[in-house]
Ligand binder design. Structure first.
Ligand code: 3H9
Length: 691
């Protein structure tokens, strides 16, 4: 056994066992590829070897190609050639899979003659999420083994599937007991060698792809069904075209087609952006002054104050993760309403087949409801989710200071208030932190973890870990109005409001933002959220467009009208009433009417956000530019194929962004005043990526 090489070779009787040793994920970089080739060729040449088992050392079989190698010159054998080489071996080659076999990892397994896996293993072709496609034969081999319909789901969907499901599809030949994969795979290999079974090469199979030849319409049907989630992305269409080619062309020609498509995508802007996002997401966990070794506090019991939309949604995250939750309200009716909503949400999910009916009860069984704040005394983490009112929050935190056990983490879900002022209401500011969930809190992946001036390091470490435990992408931010995400949103909203007063139609602003790739524009979003958030008749000043819309009970989708008119199915149409209201406000304020091109709309909405990002970085309210990108991708639907606002601005070039900001500053004043950081980077010909 030689451990220093990326592939260790050992022998079990007549079976050569080749173990991939490239931690942490056995990414198929050049050294590992060369290692596999050499080991395979040795085993093939050795007459004493009758069969070969390829198995992953460490946590998994393989996470696929080494993503860091993309865009660099290739060294050593390429993955497609290596896999053709494996497939051509004249002895049975068996892939033994545990952990993950993803992307090139699964493609490697598909080039083997047999696949054995433990039930907990996951297999998949997630390349589409990196803006590419399986480029080592995956689009040609998978349809030949599972049929084009399933291949479309796996390749275009990109989600991994469990080994049992994969076995049911015929993708896995045999399931092994969890604890004895290696022995099981060796026995399997011995058996097939002894039986002299013909080697099954997936490339030779024609039976499953017949479906695609007999019913070529299935591809267009898939395109139509999935148009919405594929909107704006280049890779999904290329994946579909390759699977279509698999059904149409001989294997080698199909491979050549796949290669061509792969090379186009991998050198394109979308894939560069999506690969950047992959690494950026993983960066968020790294906090310079809170090392990964910081001991976290145990969190076994959670308390939530407020059973409204946010409180209920937050509670569901913890229930889903199997943590008991105590939820507190001031009035019985509010509590019952909140609990009813949680139950309905679970029941709807169960009805759609995404949750087992018995799990609804298990999750509800973890929930305790109470009107008594004292019931939170033994909670490890308490999250306050009441109205955005500093006085109320301070009162709650001063009560919590008396009630909560020592060491409990006291968190606020405020979306913009000062965490330090909230912490000051307690005698333990080190235990206080912000946990800003995004609505709907049980769905949205973003969690802004807001560190106060005195929040202690272990509280930060615990909050980040808890975030991951409940499936969120946790991003650490500092205290400022609106933190990172909403602070940027405010910039866009201000400009969007100014544009409509100048006579640009709200639907034109929305169209430009939607076409850019966001799920909806600012006015459609306001209608969805409700225009009356923070508005009341008592305090109404009849000044803004929103004031006038709300006065007429145009409060958004829920009242059937807002900026848009809505039909019973909530389809939106532009409203002449809104146009009149806007014209009235513009006339009152004396706003000069002027048209704006789509380019101007886009720049005026998005460049101030980029400028604000630079200020956020200067003030140290975010650790790194990529964290800001992750906030906007996961909290606001920024298109991942554009890599986040900072990445996007770097792509345009900060000199150009600066030039446009200055031009708008001359027209509109300070709102566009470039930040010193942006000026400095532009002057040096640098980007945010260089920070
Ligand atoms: C492909 O295969 C193309 C082929 O079709 C065609 C080729 C011609 N490469 O996520 P983690 C790093 S494309 C390089 O924290 P987990 C990761 O950055 C590939 N590095 O672990 C991290 O580094 P650090 C298709 C990789 O247990 C460390 O490994 N495959 C790769 O939470 C640990 O990762 C995929 O898209 C990689 N392929 O999750 C799968 N993968 O410690 C991508 C990981 O410095 N990978 N790293 O921050 C994953 O989805 C997850 O890593 C996995 C494990 C689920 C496997």
């Amino acid at each position: 056994m030689t451990d220093a090489t990326p592939v260790s070779e050992s022998r079990e009787g007549a079976v050569a066992v080749l173990t991939l040793q490239s931690p942490p994920v056995n990414a198929l970089g050049s050294a590992l590829r060369e290692g596999i080739r050499a080991a395979i060729e040795r085993a093939e040449a050795d007459p004493a070897v009758k069969a070969i088992v390829l198995i992953g050392g460490g946590r998994m079989f393989s996470a696929g190609a080494d993503i860091t190698e993309f865009g660099k010159p290739q060294s050593g054998i390429g993955l497609p050639d290596l896999l053709n080489r494996i497939e051509a071996v004249g002895k049975p080659v068996v892939a033994a899979i545990h952990g993950n076999a993803l992307g090139g990892g699964l493609e490697t397994a598909l080039a083997c003659h047999y696949r054995v896996a433990v039930p907990s293993a996951k297999v998949g072709l997630p390349e589409v999420k990196l803006g590419i496609l399986p480029g080592a034969g995956g689009t040609q081999r998978l349809p030949r083994i599972v049929g084009p319909r399933k291949a479309l789901e796996v390749i275009v969907g990109g989600a991994p599937i469990g080994a049992k499901q994969a076995a049911a599809m015929g993708l896995i030949d045999d399931l092994a007991p969890e604890e004895s994969l290696r022995a099981h795979a060796v026995a399997f290999a011995e058996r097939v060698a002894a039986e002299g079974r013909p080697l099954t090469k997936i490339r030779d199979r024609e039976d499953r792809i017949a479906e695609g030849r007999d019913d070529p319409g299935l591809f267009d049907a898939f395109r139509t069904e999935n148009a919405r989630r594929m909107r704006g992305f280049e890779a999904p269409e290329a994946c579909i075209a390759c699977i279509e080619a698999a059904c149409r062309l001989p294997f080698e020609q199909g491979l050549a087609f796949e290669r061509e498509q792969f090379l186009t995508l991998v050198s394109g802007e979308q894939s560069a952006a999506q690969r950047y996002v992959f690494f950026a997401e993983r960066q968020t966990a790294k906090i310079p002054d809170v090392p990964e070794t910081t001991p976290a506090r145990p969190v076994a019991k959670v308390g939530i104050i407020g059973a409204g939309t946010m409180g209920g949604g937050i509670a569901m995250n913890f229930l889903n993760a199997g943590l008991p939750v105590t939820i507190v309200e001031t009035k019985r009716e509010a509590l019952d309403r909140g609990l009813g909503t949680i139950r309905t949400n679970y029941e709807n999910t169960a009805r759609k087949g995404r949750l087992r009916p018995e799990d609804v009860e298990t999750r509800m069984g973890l929930l305790t409801d109470t009107l008594d704040l004292d019931a939170l005394k033994d909670c490890d983490l308490i999250i306050e989710a009441v109205f955005e009112d500093m006085a109320i929050k301070q009162e709650i935190f001063s009560k919590l200071d008396r009630i909560a056990k020592p060491g409990a983490i006291l968190a606020s879900n405020t979306s913009y208030l000062d965490i330090d002022a909230i912490a000051a209401a307690t005698g333990r500011p080190g235990d206080v932190i912000g946990l800003h969930f995004f609505s709907p809190a049980n769905v949205m992946r973003l969690l802004e973890v807001v560190r106060g001036a005195r929040t202690s390091q272990d509280v930060i470490a615990t909050a980040m870990q808890v975030g991951r435990r409940i499936g969120k992408i946790a991003v650490l931010v500092g205290v400022c109005h609106g933190f990172v995400g909403n602070r940027m949103l405010a910039q866009r909203q201000r400009e969007a409001n100014r544009l409509i007063l100048e006579g640009v139609k709200p639907w034109d602003v929305d169209r430009v933002i939607h076409d850019f790739g966001l799920p909806m524009g600012p006015f459609a979003m306001s209608d969805l959220a409700g225009l009356d958030i923070g508005w009341s008749r008592e305090t109404n000043r009849s000044e803004t467009v929103r004031d006038l819309l709300c006065e007429q009970d145009r409060r958004g989708q829920k009242t059937g009208a807002g900026f848009y008119d809505y039909d019973a199915k909530r389809n939106a149409t532009p409203s002449p009433v809104t146009e009149e209201i806007i014209a009235t406000v513009a006339a009152r304020q004396g706003v000069a009417q002027k048209p704006a091109s789509d380019q101007e709309i886009l720049e005026r909405c998005l460049y101030p956000m980029v400028n604000e990002d630079a200020k956020i970085l200067e003030e140290g309210k975010a650790i790194r530019a990529s964290d800001i990108d992750i906030v906007w991708i996961n909290g606001y639907g920024w298109p991942v194929y554009r890599g986040g606002p900072m990445f996007w601005a770097d792509g345009i070039g900060l000199r150009r962004v600066l030039e446009r900001l200055r031009a708008y500053e001359a027209l509109y004043g300070d709102a566009f005043k470039p930040s010193p950081l942006l000026e400095r980077l532009a002057a040096d010909g640098k980007g945010f990526k260089d920070l």
